[in-house]
Design a protein around this ligand. Structure first.
Ligand SMILES: C[C@](O)(CO)[C@H](O)COP(=O)(O)OP(=O)(O)OC[C@H]1O[C@@H](n2ccc(N)nc2=O)[C@H](O)[C@@H]1O
Ligand SMILES: Nc1ncnc2c1ncn2[C@@H]1O[C@H](COP(=O)(O)OP(=O)(O)OP(=O)(O)O)[C@@H](O)[C@H]1O
Length: 279
């Protein structure tokens, strides 16, 4: 039996940083959604545990114990075998949870292959702050350092564009560069009938990591301006700690047109058109 799992891109439509714990981790309030652009994983029975990394974004992604997929496998206990394939389509360290979503998909896939329950919440969080929210991909409100997950609002239909300019922005450096860590939390997200109404509400919210990330990688400002200038763009914002930015459109057709225009004008940028994904 071979098991397959999809690792969708994680998008922070909002990311309010509301405080900082003694251990240095920041307290967040974030509306998280997922996109149908992502990595694909396969799991086959085998005597040993192996990982093969393929795909257009495989360069630089480790296939040894540093890979979050193998760290996820280790949570089920030593001595279990599986031949794992990871087909990378998402840029790494890009603010869209590339490795974190892979780790969550690996937990789901190996739980099915091995017939074992998922590891407990603390073990999942030990893989990284973004892994809990990626475990059951749908619209969610994420608080705490990433461990408090609550149902999010019903989303309207919409199109999305994801753009990464090819610069890696280290998450710790962005958090460190934050001017203020005690920013206002996010109001309760009400749910919206259309993408335009949702974008109007989102415009009054924030990604508090956008300013420090732009200071570290000014090209993020160019990406945001290029997305905002595309026809039909309802909102342009950075996701997570960057450098990937997203645009929201009324529908996928408009998002595909915007993606084509962005690919034509910015050689070397990673551009994907997508729609919200729910597992
Ligand atoms: C920015 C977000 O992507 C938003 O979803 C996440 O908060 C970051 O999730 P992540 O990349 O999985 O983060 P981790 O790999 O767990 O932590 C990387 C580093 O980011 C900083 N970090 C992360 C999460 C958090 N709530 N506060 C932090 O200060 C810490 O310095 C940590 O050492
Ligand atoms: N499965 C994986 N895919 C990509 N990178 C991985 C993976 N496992 C480990 N890494 C390493 O983790 C580093 C962080 O990239 P990754 O995509 O995991 O960031 P993330 O924390 O999941 O996402 P974000 O950029 O949103 O914080 C990469 O530079 C890479 O060396």
């Amino acid at each position: 039996m071979t098991v397959e799992a999809f690792a969708p891109a994680k998008i922070n439509l909002t990311l309010h940083v509301t405080g900082q714990r003694e251990d240095g981790y920041h307290l967040l309030d974030s509306l998280v959604v997922f996109a149908d652009a992502g990595d694909r994983l396969g799991f086959a029975p085998a005597g040993n545990l192996t990982l093969t990394v393929t795909g257009p974004r495989a360069a630089g992604v480790p296939s040894d114990g540093r890979n979050l997929v193998l760290k996820a496998a280790a949570l089920f206990g030593a001595g279990r075998g599986a031949a794992i394939t990871l087909d990378k389509h998402l840029p790494a360290a890009a603010g869209i949870g590339g490795g974190s979503s892979d780790a969550a998909a690996a937990l789901r896939g190996l739980s099915q292959l091995w017939g074992l329950p998922l590891p407990d919440a603390a073990a999942v969080l030990s893989l990284g702050a973004d892994v809990p929210v990626c475990l059951a991909p749908r619209a969610l409100r994420m608080r705490g350092v990433g461990e408090e997950i609550a149902e999010g609002p019903r989303l309207p239909s919409m199109g999305l564009v994801l753009v990464n300019p090819g610069v890696e922005v280290p998450t710790p450096a962005v958090f460190k560069a934050l001017a203020r860590k005690d920013n206002p939390p996010m109001p309760h997200p009400p749910g919206w009938a259309t993408a335009a109404v949702m974008a109007h509400w989102l415009r009054d919210q924030r990604n508090d990591l956008e300013a420090p990330a732009r200071a570290l990688a000014p090209v993020i400002g160019e990406v945001l301006a290029a997305i905002a200038a595309t026809p039909g763009c309802l909102l342009a914002r950075m996701s997570g700690s960057g450098a990937t930015c997203f645009g929201i459109y009324d529908n996928r057709t408009e998002a595909e047109a915007a993606a084509a225009a962005l690919r034509a004008q910015a050689q070397g940028w990673w551009v994907a058109a997508a729609e919200p994904f729910t597992l």
